[in-house]
Ligand binder design. Sequence first.
Ligand code: FES
Ligand SMILES: [Fe+2]
Length: 423
Amino acid sequence: MARYPKPAEGSWTEHFSHVGTGVVSYEDCISPEFYEAEREAIFRRTWLNVGRVEDVPRVGSYFTKEIEAAKASIIVVRGQEGRVRAFHNVCRHRGNKLVWNDFPQEEVKGSCRTFTCKYHGWRYALDGSCTFVQQEEEFFGLDRSDHGLAPVHCEVWAGFIFVNFAREPQQSLREYLGPMVSELAGYPFERLTEHYDFRADINCNWKIFLDAFQEYYHVPVLHSQEATPAARHLMAAGFEAPHYQLDGPHRMVSTSGAPRQTWPENYQYPIEIATRSGLFGPWDKPDLGDRLPGTNPGGIRHWQMDNFQIFPNMEILIWENGWYMKYTYWPTSYNSHRYEGSLYFPPATTATERAAQECAVVMFKEFALQDAGMLVGTQQGLESRACGDDFPLNDQELLVRHFHKSVGEWVEEYRLKSEGALR
Ligand code: FES
Ligand SMILES: [Fe+2]
């Protein structure tokens, strides 16, 4: 694995010279036309994480996922032989949405042996094949075997379920993830199955919230009240991350720091002492073994957390003290998106462990709300176009710069390909 030490001179950004140092445009977050281009060029062509294998624990377990950006609703289901598959959630008779409960737009989950359409009763097996057609003899030369559910490419990596809406994906999921992300495959994700999930509909472009989680320049300012008095003093000097890494369209940043409980004046809320937990997770670390493959790729001292951003819309944040978080950002229009955040821990074996996990969850929610609360204002500011189109980014905003560049490249490459195909 290549290492990317910060050069003795220069900056992180200059070290990755292909991302440039010039001002950037945020037109990609305020243009309805650009959003339409993203839908085709990115959300219908990249691998998208829709869940984890624990979400479909047994044969017949399923969930649906609404992916507006790809103009799709899908069913993810574990079949008879244990394989996880994905299908368009569309009946092959006359296109009715196949799986839903109270409201067609709402995602559902459950367990079954057969999917039955609510309209005329066609049935489908867990492998998508059509097994029953009401009054089949009244159709004209209908071959049921030609009318199975439309499949969606579905692959599993490290327990994460990904789908791809391309007719033929350009790369397998493994190839797409590249070496930096793939190294994480040995991390014991399968042991961290206790999860707490949040979702929020936010009135800003999906990339604006993602940006807020891929730089820590804002932390000492926006989250100043999260800091303990001692840390606030340190943070006044600003923040520096010790390691950044880019790999294709994917990117990561590591942070370092002393465990919270060793700081002087080491808590903000009494509940942190009572539960031995806080924003950075439970203080008492579960035993996950000596090696955590793929983490801390920069080999930094006092490693605390890695934030891996998997293109286009997924982040995995792995903490040194034995837990991780996953965020996904699902565009619903050019200026709105649905944010999903989950925190994963080893199943608690005592009430004390459970209380520690819940304290981390509550602290996370407060922290995320501080970020989310600002974003509508950012969207409005950008949409006013009052400041033109050139925004300066600093060295700590390297990943923001790389993200928007990657989005632009995917859109441009697809545009050129489409124009070439038309010619
Ligand atoms: S649309 Fe599903 S059975 Fe007719
Ligand atoms: Fe933040």
